[in-house]
Design a protein. Structure first.
Length: 172
């Protein structure tokens, strides 16, 4: 009798883990589709903030914060900040005003040995991070390189709150 109970318990745990993994995979697949649909859509109304409109201190190469709206709903935010040795890029994707995906990258500028100078038009990716959210919870992340960003994925919703407010204010 005990052996049957143990066997049933182990099978139940295995089935629960398999079904969770499938649902997580399905959620990520759905997020990837949303992300692609947003990026393929050219009908968004764009709201752009430049430099000091959203940054406390302007950087060497400036920056921009762009909100993409559809039917008055924010679907995407792109933050681009240029510094002397590279570019910080943060992209935030929303479905029904809920954060679903974050892409972060740091691209370092390339030094052209032949010219003896930095080529600001060429960059090499030093960090990439992809973060998947469901119901305000991080469910998966994929990163490569050393993360130069100061915030943790759990802080992303709070990090973008001010950006959302600034964009909404300019949009009006």
């Amino acid at each position: 009798m005990i052996l049957k109970s143990i066997t049933f318990f182990l099978v139940a745990i295995f089935v629960a883990n398999v079904s969770f993994a499938q649902s997580k995979a399905d959620i990520i697949k759905s997020i990837k589709k949303e992300f692609k649909d947003i990026n393929d859509d050219n009908s968004f109304k764009k709201v752009v903030l430049e430099n000091e409109e959203f940054m406390e201190h302007m950087t060497d190469r400036g920056g921009s914060l762009t909100g993409y709206y559809k039917d008055e709903k924010l679907c995407k935010i792109v933050e681009w900040i240029g510094i002397s040795n590279g570019i910080y890029i943060s992209e935030y994707y929303f479905k029904e005003e809920q954060l679903i995906f974050v892409y972060k990258a740091f691209k370092a500028v390339v030094y052209d040995i032949k010219k003896g100078e930095v080529d600001y038009d060429q960059t090499g990716v030093k960090f990439e991070g992809r973060y998947y959210f469901n119901d305000k919870t991080l469910i998966d992340s994929i990163t490569t390189g050393t993360n130069p960003f100061k915030t943790e994925p759990k802080d992303f919703p709070a990090e973008i709150e001010q950006d959302q407010q600034l964009l909404a204010k300019k949009k009006k």
